[in-house]
Write a protein that binds this ligand. Structure first.
Ligand SMILES: Nc1ncnc2c1ncn2[C@@H]1O[C@H](COP(=O)(O)OP(=O)(O)O)[C@@H](O)[C@H]1O
Ligand SMILES: [Mg+2]
Length: 308
């Protein structure tokens, strides 16, 4: 794949995954971090970009991971991470332009040296946010499992459950898709994932699922299996770990609980559902790199000649 981005910059190689949704607290950052770790663990070179210059949650998540691993002197998979600098001038347009420039500068640094770029986005519209959406190969939109959050995609008639209008965000994605097709004929695969599913399957939940399915058909997105509400997702943030990490080996002193294993399964199911370009050749290359790195970090037998 070789596309020119809207700014006319150099061709890029990396596959771009964007986590987006105009609502805060829907699970973008948590999802982004888990996708990053999943791809790293598969041996891919991953660059992560935090577009949320205000909250910087993904940046803190990555920093926590680094601090946690350093304190325990353990080797850990880390992405090449960068965040967009927050512009704090008086003019909104100038700030947006500055953040866009910062984003483009980061993209230029990583687009030819990584297999995947994972972009975490803020819960509001901006130039940088639009650029991210128009260069995404896969857009992952986590939504909280309720009609309220569902509004981020469209409006539903409460009586009939029918879709009556599409939201500002869905219109923005449609525009991004149109733009992308014009630039390189590329297709954006939009995957919506219900997050924080309750273990109780209520009637309301079933209605949400049905309406969401209908809305997805209208918007041209796919609905992935959901992620359950689990305390472990909240607990892991300060350590920078993910449910894919071996928490025991990583010094947390925790054996995997049933909930942890179930969470891991859900994340793996999501990664499979995304149908990322993890082809056989790519998989072998990544595996070879992974083995090499593992061995490179291991002390070489017989080299402790100075020991008594
Ligand atoms: N499946 C989940 N179960 C429990 N807590 C979750 C889950 N997904 C996200 N959270 C928590 O919800 C909060 C918001 O999630 P976050 O990923 O930061 O959302 P966003 O980036 O969309 O604002 C965080 O405290 C996160 O730990
Ligand atoms: Mg976030």
């Amino acid at each position: 794949m070789n596309i020119l981005d809207p700014s006319g910059m150099s061709p890029r190689q990396a596959y771009v995954i964007v986590c987006g949704n105009e609502k805060g607290g829907s699970g973008k950052t948590t999802t982004a971090m888990h996708l990053i770790i999943a791809l790293l663990k598969a041996g891919y070179r991953v660059a992560s970009i935090d577009l949320d210059s205000r909250q910087r949650s993904l940046t803190r998540y990555v920093e926590n991971r680094l601090a946690w691993s350093r304190k325990r002197s353990m080797r850990i998979d880390m992405p090449s991470h960068a965040h967009v600098e927050r512009a704090v001038g008086d003019s909104v347009a100038a700030n947006e332009n500055a953040e866009l420039a910062s984003f483009q500068e980061i993209l230029q640094r990583v687009e030819n040296t990584h297999d995947f770029i994972v972009v975490d986005t803020p819960g509001h519209d901006s130039y940088a946010m639009r650029l991210a959406h128009s260069m995404a190969d896969t857009l992952v939109t986590p939504i909280n499992d309720s009609f309220v959050d569902f509004d981020v995609l469209g409006h539903i008639d409460p009586e009939t459950g029918e879709v009556t209008a599409i939201s500002h965000y869905a219109a923005m994605v449609r525009e991004a898709r149109r733009h992308r097709r014009m630039v390189d004929d590329g297709l954006l695969d939009w995957v919506v994932v219900r997050n924080r599913l309750s273990s109780l399957t209520s009637r309301n939940n079933r209605n949400v699922a049905d309406s969401l399915q209908e809305l997805c058909m209208r918007l041209g997105c796919r609905l992935a299996e959901g992620i359950s509400e689990r305390v472990i997702f909240r607990e892991l943030f300060p350590t920078g770990m993910s449910v894919l990490d071996d928490l025991n080996a990583d010094g947390m002193g925790m054996g995997p609980t049933v909930s942890h294993l179930a969470a891991r399964r859900e994340i793996r199911t999501l990664v499979t559902a995304l149908r990322l370009p993890i082809d056989e050749a790519g998989r072998r290359r990544a595996q070879a790199r992974r083995v090499w790195l593992d061995n490179a970090s291991r002390p070489i037998d017989g080299l402790d000649l100075l020991a008594d």
